[in-house]
Design a protein around this ligand. Structure first.
Ligand code: DAU
Length: 335
């Protein structure tokens, strides 16, 4: 199989690329990545000399760029997205452009190229705040942030391309993902790297909102299972079933790094903060997928990775990072 992996220099995308080349010796991978702040060439260092790998710099919003790449591929796996909720609250436009319009450009290229398969990597956030029970794939989509609305918009276009043109397209809806190579803006890498430098860990509101945290290797394998064993026309939830609060994330990081509880700092809440996401992932489990990491093991591995790879993340926590940081966190936290 010849895969076109968009956003393949990002956190989850780059793990999917490494895993595909490792586990599927007959496959080749072309990565298309725009190298926004979240894309990183270093994430692909381990595969750059593989003759089955090619890297193209460009945006999914350009049909001119995407069309020839789609023609040379059998399947598109779309990881390319603006993905941080707080950034979407500050500036939604870029999210609509990449996550909605960019998805349209890819779908259209897949249709023109006559692809048999397409994978849209989406998120559990499309279900919105889940006060009780677990979201099934057939539940209504009720996104509440500009980010989740733009991901739901991308999904709507996938539905339309399935119904209108018979395009076989799979959607995966993953839960919160953490692990090696994650840009330090999401809660887990932010808290690990802040704690390593004795900086405060900013908890939104009362820190009791819960998320299901899944290791990136498990997420990547889940997408692989959905691609290769799924029916090609369905949505698949990917989650571990865990429910972990922000305070527990902070306590776990501080314990693993042997840092004091006084680093926890409660700050003004996120606008429209979803209190809980929870997935029923039994459809993917029926295809043979199960997570290998539990939260504790994944956290220990991740803390170790950030401790051993300071040369990877330190350059990222500079200029533009701190500008966003000081705009986003209220009250301002002294650096
Ligand atoms: O659920 C899947 C989604 O998980 C992905 O689709 C998104 O791309 C990804 O950003 C993530 O969204 P969240 O908003 O849940 O992740 P984040 O790490 O930003 O926040 C996780 C929880 O931690 C949430 O309850 C807000 C809280 N939080 C987050 C940050 C960054 C804090 O308390 N303090 C923080 O500084």
């Amino acid at each position: 199989m010849r895969l076109l992996v968009t956003g393949g220099a990002g956190f989850i995308g780059s793990e999917f690329v490494r895993m595909t080349l490792r586990e599927h010796p007959d496959d080749s991978v072309t990565v298309l990545d725009r190298f926004t702040y979240a894309g990183n060439r270093r994430n692909l260092e381990s595969v750059q000399d593989d003759p089955r790998f090619m890297l193209v710099e460009g945006t999914i919003t350009s049909a001119e760029t995407v069309t020839p790449l789609a023609e040379a591929a059998d399947v598109i796996v779309n990881f390319a997205a603006e993905s941080h909720v707080d950034r979407s609250l500050e500036a939604p436009g870029e999210f609509i452009q990449t996550d909605v319009y960019g998805t349209y450009v890819l779908l259209e290229a897949a249709r023109q190229a006559g692809h048999e398969r397409f994978v849209q990597v989406s998120t559990d956030e499309v279900y919105g705040d889940v006060s009780s029970g677990r979201s099934s794939e057939s539940d209504r989509l009720l996104p509440r942030s500009p980010y989740s609305a733009s991901k739901a918009g991308g999904e709507m276009l996938v539905f339309a391309y399935r119904a209108s043109y018979g395009l076989n397209a799979t959607i995966t809806r993953g839960c919160n993902t953490f692990g090696h190579h994650q840009y330090p803006e999401k809660i887990i890498p932010l808290f690990i790297t802040n704690a390593m430098d004795d900086r405060p860990l900013p908890l939104y509101g009362d820190g009791t909102a819960v998320r299901d945290y899944m290791h990136v290797d498990d997420h990547s394998r889940g997408i692989d299972v959905a691609l290769r064993r799924g029916d090609g026309i369905s949505e698949y939830n990917i989650g571990t079933g865990g429910e972990v609060s922000g305070v527990t994330v902070a306590d776990t990081v501080l314990r693993l790094l042997d840092k004091p509880g006084s680093l926890k700092q409660f700050v003004q809440d996120r606008l429209g903060h979803d209190r809980r996401y929870a997935l029923d992932s039994s459809n993917l489990a029926a295809l043979g997928w199960a997570p290998r990491f539990d939260f504790e093991t994944g956290m220990a591995e991740t803390v170790r990775w950030y401790a051993e790879n300071e040369d990877w993340w330190r350059p990222l926590k500079s200029g533009a990072f701190w500008e966003f940081y000081s705009r986003n966190y209220r009250p301002l936290i002294a650096r």
